[in-house]
Design a protein around this ligand. Structure first.
Ligand SMILES: C[S@@+](CC[C@H](N)C(=O)[O-])C[C@H]1O[C@@H](n2cnc3c(N)ncnc32)[C@H](O)[C@@H]1O
Length: 177
């Protein structure tokens, strides 16, 4: 895939929600599907930095993302350099990492931040770690290695949207009736 390719050009996403979630070279299709669904539900765009450890048509990705996949504003990037080029001039790149120096709840998020998660098997390389504007950790009980990547994304995205007043205000249909 050359460069960066916008997908779903007319998603069901309010244009005034600029926050994004970036997935660095994800390995596991079910996690990617879950994060795409998360982004669709919370009104957040997604940058998928390839290569991925699965093909885009993987049925496990489709199953986890269900019909929410069509509602995500998604950009696929062929590589980390292609992503950097596409991201130039946007807001801060905020990396979630077990090697972070700032607990996520102590961080002052901005509405145009991009939250980036690493690959399931290896996180991100040192160059990507160094390129981030901030490196946040979700504190855990002593001796635990890491959270599932989709759960880590959900925890920090929820806090970032809450702090910036960008949590969706619509109740699910079942709760509203
Ligand atoms: C399974 S973890 C990767 C573990 C990998 N061995 C490493 O050392 O980074 C996948 C991704 O989830 C996120 N993550 C998981 N637990 C986290 C935590 N406690 N704090 C911040 N990010 C976390 C990070 O983005 C991480 O790259």
């Amino acid at each position: 895939m050359p460069g960066s390719v916008p997908c779903n050009p007319t998603p069901n996403r309010p244009v005034f929600f600029p926050m994004r979630l970036a997935l660095f070279e994800p390995d596991i299709p079910q996690n990617t599907g879950a994060m795409l669904r998360l982004a669709a539900c919370l009104g957040v765009g997604v940058d998928l930095i390839e290569p991925c450890g699965f093909v885009w048509s993987d049925r496990r990705l489709r199953r986890a993302g269900m019909d929410y996949l069509a509602g995500v504003e998604l950009a696929r990037h062929a590589s980390w350099p292609a992503y950097r080029e596409a991201q130039a001039g946007r807001g801060r790149l905020v990396l979630l990492t077990t090697a972070g120096d700032t607990p996520y709840a102590d961080f002052a998020f901005r509405a145009d931040d991009t939250l980036m998660v690493g690959r399931e098997s290896a996180g991100v390389p040192a160059a990507v770690h160094a390129a981030a504007d901030a490196r946040l950790v979700i504190p855990m009980v002593a001796g635990r290695r890491s959270l599932n990547v989709a759960l880590a994304a959900a925890i920090v995205l929820g806090e970032a949207l809450r702090q910036t007043g960008r949590l969706p205000q619509t109740l699910p249909l079942s709760a509203a009736s």
